[in-house]
Ligand binder design. Structure first.
Ligand SMILES: Cc1cc2nc3c(=O)[nH]c(=O)nc-3n(C[C@H](O)[C@H](O)[C@H](O)COP(=O)(O)O)c2cc1C
Length: 184
């Protein structure tokens, strides 16, 4: 696939086959993330690769949270269902000097840097014939997940699931470029 095809084919994948994401593929995805630009080259991203049990436990925590909070009308249940079929899941964290910093000028650039890394990872997944989904719904149970994984010094940004998409998702309707320009 050339670059245009990769950009055009990237879609959030929500249902996956049972095919395994290999160690090599996972490493390539993380490596592509690590090549992303970052503010002052701080490279504030940290990755926690979940094993199968951890992935299942976190999925169940999300299902339980959803059951306990029926009035919240979130997408947490859908997110948990997506984790169910995903072959691999990573938790993405932000470096401690950012999460502990009171300086807003550190925080926003570092979150943006992590967004750049995640987009690289999403595009690399497509390049490898895989699909992925970014999961910010994990933040509903941020503390529970961090306690479970024993992570205290890093700030949780999101989860990220990877697998072989069960089918080719059709293109999503995106806003017209003209509607994005503030200075028409
Ligand atoms: C920051 C961010 C957080 C997201 N969180 C979730 C989530 O928690 N659960 C989920 O199912 N999808 C999540 N998504 C995926 C979006 O729903 C998806 O990107 C959007 O619908 C556009 O579809 P596309 O990625 O196929 O273009 C997230 C995407 C981003 C960029």
């Amino acid at each position: 696939m050339n670059f245009d095809e990769i950009i055009n084919n990237r879609r959030t994948s929500r249902l996956f086959t049972k095919d395994e994401v290999t160690k090599n593929q996972l490493e390539k995805i993380l490596f592509s993330g690590s090549l992303a630009p970052s503010a002052r080259n701080r490279q504030p991203w940290k990755f926690y690769i979940l094993n199968d049990k951890q992935k299942t436990d976190i999925m169940n925590m999300l299902f339980e949270w959803d059951k306990a909070n029926p009035k919240e009308k979130t997408s947490v249940k859908g997110t948990a269902q997506q984790i169910q079929t995903a072959n691999k899941m990573i938790m993405i964290y932000c470096d401690k000097y950012t999460s502990k910093s009171k300086n807003e000028y550190y925080k926003k650039p570092d979150y943006l840097s992590i967004g750049c890394a995640i987009e690289n990872m999403s595009l690399e997944a497509v390049n490898l014939g895989l699909g992925s989904c970014i999961l910010c719904d994990t933040l509903y149970i941020e503390n529970e997940i961090n306690n479970y994984l024993g992570i205290n010094d890093y700030e949780q940004v999101c989860g990220f699931i990877i697998g072989t998409p069960i089918y080719n998702y059709p293109p999503k309707i995106k806003k017209d470029l003209n509607d994005l320009l503030l200075n028409k």
